[in-house]
Design a protein around this ligand. Structure first.
Ligand SMILES: [Zn+2]
Length: 80
């Protein structure tokens, strides 16, 4: 499970992009931390890159298909 220290630096969101499920190799839509809903592995991904492939490290085939879901979305800071 992802950890954080200062919750004041995180904002809750109800956006549907946190419900979307992504397959291995698909294009990452939003930069942030993603969770595999089957094996609970977490990865940091950059928008535009492919999601980690079928052989990502903790995922056993006995756990079913890899399903990446957005856990924490990163955002750009306000302009200076
Ligand atoms: Zn997995």
């Amino acid at each position: 499970m992802a950890l954080y220290k200062n919750g004041n630096e995180l904002s809750h969101s109800t956006s549907a992009q946190f419900d979307a499920v992504h397959l291995p190799g698909a294009k990452v839509p939003h930069s942030g931390i993603y969770l595999c809903t089957n094996c609970r592995d977490e990865v940091a991904c950059n928008a535009g890159d492919p999601f980690p492939p079928q052989n990502h490290r903790q995922h056993s085939t006995t756990k079913g298909d890899i399903r990446w879901k957005l856990l924490v979305q990163t955002q750009n800071g306000p302009p200076n």
